[in-house]
Design a protein around this ligand. Structure first.
Ligand code: UDP
Length: 316
């Protein structure tokens, strides 16, 4: 196939672009490098620098589909600057859908998020549980999911949305490089790397087994593989949503414990108040994607941490 990968210079988009190339596909990456890195684009992919709004200059009938990663994805930033999220994530995707319709590219895999579920009433979360996002980031992604449903039903798009839970680890030379880094695992690993004295634990009074938040961590290698399956499986006129998580939840303290095990470093931790907007527990049911596409995660939390640690050491 010949897919366009928007956001292919970012962490997850680049890993998917790699796997597509390894599977023999022809890959074109469109990325404005606002948060991505030029050197993340895998060798063998054609690179076009530009915003999603410029997809019209790239896409033509010869493309088989689009994998759409390009987005703003920081919850706290979305609360401070919601207009950026509505413009970039929603307006940008509507423009992309218009271009795809105009040139006849009718297959889309979209990076959605567990943030659409807000503070879920039960876990593991299933795809047909209610959506009630609690921040503009989750709201913008849910709005796009709804737009894709309409596009599929009215205009025959073959759409798949993948709702990511907590993604970590590295694939080859591709790992997490955010600035500022807000995610738990890379932040914890800054301590054994000698770049921080201690990790902060945000909230120790949640109704969970040790008082810290529970999250579902999935390895970027496993996550990326689901995109290739979704691209192949997408059906005209249908929009299907899949959760992408391991199905197992780990507390913040358990993640810190994994980092201690993997690095052999004591990793001091300092308890802090809750971080605004954090739901106590987010764990996926991945039953639907397992049943439909045969996807299941193969790499566990210690492997996620080990690969993130290898990446961080190589990057120094
Ligand atoms: N967290 C933490 N210390 C950090 C970074 C994150 O205690 O330095 C917590 C955060 O409050 C949340 C969990 O770790 O409960 C996962 O946060 P992350 O930002 O990695 O992902 P999120 O679930 O917010 O998308």
């Amino acid at each position: 196939m010949k897919p366009l990968v928007t956001g292919g210079a970012g962490y997850i988009g680049a890993v998917v672009a790699c796997q597509l190339l390894e599977a023999g596909h022809e890959v074109i990456v469109l990325d404005d490098l606002s948060t991505g890195h030029r050197d993340n684009v895998p060798d063998g992919a054609r690179f076009v620098e530009g915003r999603v709004q410029r997809a019209g200059e790239v896409l033509d009938r010869s493309f088989d589909g689009v994998l759409h990663f390009a987005a703003k994805s920081l919850v706290a930033e979305s609360v401070k600057r919601p207009e950026v999220y509505w413009d970039n994530n929603v307006v940008g995707t509507l423009d992309l859908l218009t271009v795809m319709r105009a040139v006849g590219v009718r297959r889309l895999v979209f990076s959605s998020t567990a943030a659409t579920y807000g503070q879920p009433e039960r876990t593991p979360i299933r795809e047909d549980d209610p959506n009630a996002p609690i921040n503009p980031y989750g709201q913008s992604k849910l709005a796009v999911d709804m737009a894709i449903t309409g596009e599929a039903h009215a205009h025959g798009l073959a759409g798949v949305s993948l709702r990511y839970f907590n993604v970590g680890g590295a694939y080859g030379r591709h790992g997490e490089r955010h600035n500022p880094e807000t995610h738990l695992i890379p932040n914890v690993l800054l301590v054994p790397a000698g770049r921080r004295e201690a990790v902060e634990i945000f909230g120790t009074d949640y109704p969970t087994r040790d008082g810290t938040c529970v999250r579902d961590y999935v390895h970027v290698t496993d996550l990326a593989r689901a995109h290739l399956l979704a691209l192949e499986a997408a059906e005209p006129g249908r929009h299907i949503i899949y959760n992408l998580g391991s199905g197992a939840g780990f507390t913040v303290r358990e993640v810190v414990g994994s980092c201690r095990r993997v690095t052999g470093h004591p990793v001091p931790a300092v308890d802090q108040p809750r971080r605004p907007g954090d739901p106590p527990s987010l764990v996926a049911s991945h039953h639907r994607i397992r049943e439909d596409l045969g996807w299941r995660p193969e790499l566990d939390l210690d492997r996620i941490v080990a690969d993130a640690w290898r990446f961080l050491q190589a990057a120094r």
